[in-house]
Design a protein around this ligand. Structure first.
Ligand code: NAP
Length: 261
């Protein structure tokens, strides 16, 4: 039955348990909210307790079944706690969305130093993989599940000033494919989304004033930037039974920007 409080018209995730990382703001928050409105119990997390508290409060006001905890995805202990506490609280895990990313370098690719490079790949690729690896046994116990990595259109066309970050997002396309054989045998699907420029604080330099936003939008075939809910809808589709034969794929939501490698 559809909740009258829900602004969405589908309840495809009734009874499911979902983890979304970096979900106190932006795209992650929107994904957590959408999965919650579709009936999932959701564990919300990010690095700062105050952000967790305010996101949970906001989602609870919408009558969603959410819990929150601190998890810096670069910290192995935080990742383990996120997985074990979710499984303990909700009795299992069905869905995991790896959404956290870092970009400590803004500038030409040859100006990056090794520590910045390591941080990008540590958070965006390695931590994403190990987080999912740790959730897999819980999904296997449930007889299946669904994984989504948040990549980027930059993974196809590296943005000049954030090229190493973009390359880390390209790695996620390969990671998704690399996980398919083993996860398929466990009835777990694994996909990614590749958002274009979405209006969040992460991209605020590209839309902080009207003139900049118009200039950025002029390079996008749909002549506008995206909003977080336009990513959340695709994730909800992928993790629901509507996506039941889709695995190893990346769905692009970039307003028509080219997405070939
Ligand atoms: P955002 O609005 O800036 O939100 C970032 C969220 O991540 C916050 O909740 C933040 O909370 C949390 N966070 C940051 N570092 C974290 C870490 N190490 N561990 C756990 N949580 C962390 O960012 P966004 O634009 O939604 O980006 C989300 C994802 O979408 C990223 O993977 C990004 O690469 C991807 N993406 C974004 C765009 C875009 O245009 N916005 C386009 C393509 C892809 P705390 O500060 O409390 O940790």
């Amino acid at each position: 039955m559809m909740s009258s409080a829900s602004p969405f018209n589908a309840r495809r995730l009734e009874g499911k348990v979902a983890i979304v990382t970096a979900s106190t703001d932006g795209i992650g928050f929107s994904i957590a909210r959408r999965l919650g409105h579709e009936g999932a119990k959701v564990m919300v997390s990010s690095r700062k307790q105050k952000n967790v508290d305010s996101a949970v409060m906001q989602l609870k006001k919408e009558k969603l079944d959410v819990t929150g905890m601190v998890c810096h995805v670069g910290k192995a202990d935080d990742r383990s706690k996120l997985i074990s506490e979710t499984a303990e609280k909700y009795g299992g895990i069905d869905i995991i969305v790896s959404n956290a990313a870092a970009n400590p370098h803004l500038g030409q690719i040859l100006d990056i130093n090794e520590a910045q490079w390591d941080k990008i790949f540590d958070i965006n690729v390695k931590s994403a993989f190990f987080l999912v690896k740790e959730a897999i046994p819980h999904m296997e116990k449930r007889g299946g599940g669904s994984v989504v990595f948040v990549s980027s259109i930059g993974g196809y066309n590296p943005f000049e000033l954030i090229a190493p970050y973009s390359v880390s997002k390209t790695a996620l396309f390969g990671l998704v494919k690399g996980l398919v054989p083993q996860l398929s045998s466990m009835n777990i699907r694994v996909n990614a989304i590749a958002p274009g420029i979405i209006k969040t604080s992460f991209s605020s330099a590209l839309w902080h004033d009207d003139k900049t936003e118009k200039e950025v939008a002029s390079h996008i075939p749909m002549k506008r930037l995206g909003v977080p809910d336009e990513c959340a809808g695709a994730v909800a589709f992928l993790v629901s039974d509507d996506g039941s034969f889709i695995t190893g794929e990346t769905i692009v939501m970039a307003g028509g920007v080219s997405s070939r490698l």
